[in-house]
Design a protein around this ligand. Structure first.
Ligand code: ADP
Ligand code: MG
Length: 461
């Protein structure tokens, strides 16, 4: 047997992660097919969850609201003052969720969240709170970025945990009630007025902040996890049933849909699979689920890289030895990929330092070049997969046939910090819908999406 060289092995890996133009189109087509199924029936692989938000802001909304955001990595509490002129003032605190609470009990988690709200109010809004008047009850928008079966603007039961959370007794419960009960237990005069998926919030905040000539069609998150909400015509949401549709149609002809695209193509008909993806999936609590998300988002790309490096090490193609760090699961953060991608120094000095610090390993220049090539392949696949489904939504809604341009609000550390991510996404969009249409897509980072967006949902409620 002739042994493989490092460069041959790397070329093979790059090939495994690459997505042809033809496959981008297949991904988009399959996305449209599964989205339609999800709009027609409950229980489909793509949940296509109705948000019950049937209008988008125009920037003139006013008032002071509370918003909390349980995202994945952090819990944020904020107060939002909408000025009514596309601007707002936001005061925000952030706490990381202790790991043991992510796998403990509902009561412990929600009591922890309510306690953070109490602290925020005592520190930042105490004057509103010393008064006994019920008028001072604050409306709170609850951004909860996990799949829920929403049945009203402030009611929704958890379908399943994702992103490392695994609390059995929360599944099937109304998360608004869980939070409200713990807030009440602390005697806080706060009303949970809206349950908001972070993608819906991102769409809403983008629409409030930039009500330019193009209306906002999508809110996309690529952070710890990935998901997207978009504006759908009400009559396409067939699964709501005739009577509910008729009653909603009295006030609106649209509804924001939370796609839950993280679970797109769990059958792996088009998204492709490498042994590295399988290996990462094996070590997640929700094995075999959210496979699309596991190829795209921040929680997984660092581990994916580590698994590839471990494989090359085991074949004696990379590093002169292993290290305890290299053998430690989940040790690499996706920000490491961003830093390697951004390393344009001739000798890849930043990469050398990073591998030495994070993995305790020394590298040759040839090895660093190999690592950088692998990083780019992982990053590019992530952006291409995201771009292919963005194209799917553009086609599903015919938005670019109906208007001159569309606007997309994006949030999350991967989209914000991964070098070149938006351009790569656009390449994929362009490959599917054509360059002329792609050029009419406007993309902007929607800052504070979960805070301001949740407040805007509380306004609508
Ligand atoms: P959340 O998903 O909790 O709202 P973020 O949007 O900040 O939070 O996403 C956090 C995820 O982004 C983590 O998985 C982390 O690994 C990843 N991440 C953080 N910084 C970067 C970066 N510079 N480049 C790419 N990914 C990053
Ligand atoms: Mg977030």
């Amino acid at each position: 047997m002739t042994s493989q060289s490092l460069s041959e092995a790397v070329a093979e890996i790059v090939d495994k992660f690459s997505i042809s133009e033809q496959r981008l189109k297949s991904i988009s087509d399959e996305f449209i097919r599964l989205s339609k199924l999800g709009l027609h029936h409950e229980g489909e692989s793509m949940s296509m969850i109705p948000s019950y938000v049937t209008s988008i802001p125009n920037g003139k909304e006013k008032g002071t609201f509370l918003a909390v955001d349980l995202g994945g990595t952090n819990f944020r509490v904020c107060s939002v003052h909408l000025n009514g002129d596309n601007t707002y003032d936001l005061l925000q605190t952030k706490t990381s969720i202790p790991r043991e609470l992510m796998v403990g009990t509902s009561k412990d988690l929600f009591a922890f969240l309510a306690k953070r709200v109490e602290e925020f109010i005592k520190t930042h809004l105490s004057e509103k709170f010393d008064e006994d008047s019920v008028d001072h009850q604050l409306k709170l928008g609850f951004t909860f970025s996990f799949p829920v079966n929403q049945t009203a603007i402030n009611r929704g039961t958890l379908l399943r945990w994702t992103k490392g959370f695994d609390i059995k007794d929360t599944v099937g419960q109304d998360v608004c009630k869980l939070l409200q009960d713990e807030l009440d237990a602390l005697n806080l005069k706060v009303h949970v007025a809206a349950l908001v998926n972070d993608t819906v919030g991102t769409l809403m905040s983008r629409s409030y902040s930039s009500p330019g000539q193009h209306s906002t069609l999508m809110g996309i998150i690529i952070g710890t996890g990935t998901n997207c909400a978009y504006v759908e015509s009400l009559d396409a949401v067939v699964k709501l049933g005739e009577s509910e549709l008729a009653s909603l149609a009295k006030t609106s002809n649209m509804m924001i849909i939370n796609t839950e695209w993280g679970s797109f193509d769990t059958a792996r008909a088009v998204i492709g699979s490498t042994e590295y993806d399988d290996s990462v999936d094996q070590r997640t609590p929700n094995k075999g689920m959210h496979l699309f998300e596991k190829r795209i988002s921040g929680m997984f790309l660092g581990e994916l890289l580590r698994v590839v490096l471990t494989d090359l090490r085991s074949k004696n193609l990379l590093f002169s030895s292993s290290s305890p760090q290299l053998e430690t699961e989940w040790i690499l953060d996706t920000s490491a990929l961003s830093r390697i991608e951004a390393d344009f120094s001739q000798n890849l000095i930043a990469t050398r330092t990073l591998i030495s610090t994070d993995l305790g390993l020394e590298t040759t220049l040839e090895e660093r070049k190999a690592i950088k090539t692998i990083v780019s392949a992982i990053g590019k696949r992530s952006a291409y997969l995201a771009g292919a489904v963005v194209a799917g939504i553009l086609e599903l809604t015919s938005a670019l046939d109906k208007s001159a341009g569309v606007d997309i609000g994006m949030d999350g550390s991967v989209i914000e910090f991964y070098p070149g991510y938006e351009s790569l996404m656009r390449e994929a969009v362009s490959a599917v819908v054509g360059q002329e249409k792609e050029a009419r897509v406007h993309i902007g980072i929607a800052k504070d999406g979960s805070g301001v967006g949740a407040a805007l949902c509380a306004v609508v409620a």
